[in-house]
Design a protein around this ligand. Sequence first.
Ligand code: NAD
Length: 262
Amino acid sequence: MGFLNGKTALVTGSTSGIGEACAKAYASEGANIVLNGFGDAAEIEKLRAGIESDHGVKAVYSDADLTNPEKIGEMVTLALDTFGAVDILHNNAGVQHVDPIEEFPVDKWDLIIGLNLSSSFHTTRLLMKQMKERKWGRLIFTASAHALVASPYKAAYVAAKHGIAGLTKVLALEGAEHGVTANAICPGYVWTPLVEHQIPDTMKARNMTREEVINDVILDAQPTKKFVTVEQVAAIALFLASDKAENVNGSLQVVDGGWTAQ
Ligand code: NAD
């Protein structure tokens, strides 16, 4: 018996990277899973079926584009119709864009604010009531070290992640007397497609080679000089989802190799 047996976790952006690792971690403790995100249909089905067979849980997939509030509503309906409740809502989906403010494309600003910030408002808006009614809930956010500090050329991302830090604190207060906690995980650089994809733009913005970007920009920020792993992030998420964490509320859990200690 896992400690999440009979519970359901909805993890946005869980077809890849951090979200995928967190979904697998929740399933490993017995939670049923709602997957969401983009990608190759056959790969996603392999992931969904693998979670079911590896952990003896049920997993469903929603292809909702989280920049569209209507699609978020459909994803929430799928989750509630399938499992009757969502106990753990892990708002994780996010994208990045790197450009100086004067060249920052308006559509990228809108995309990042919509996905990295507003989608968490919509999912939580739709799922908080049923958590409060059942007197147990876990709101977990994948924020970032960029919820605490800034880097140049990441205006939308840093603004959205600071917004997530604020939203987390508000929800911690709103849920406190109802058994619902809200916490954000703030990773430094984790080796996932999100980091891989920003290397070319950073090369351009800073006029650097790929190696210079990895060593002088990315790992330079992390005193350990090591990428955070998705499993290290998932281990924190799993703790936050446990009963042992019932008094961890409104926190920003830093996992950044010492980056924000500087
Ligand atoms: P990733 O690219 O591996 O995963 C992103 C996920 O979001 C994928 O499943 C993707 O399909 C999904 N997604 C993208 N656009 C979407 C949309 N419109 N609607 C629904 N799903 C969408 O990236 P990752 O590194 O695992 O990032 C996950 C989260 O972690 C993000 O919020 C990111 O900001 C945060 N984060 C990442 C790092 C890092 O270094 N990788 C560091 C700190 C925080």
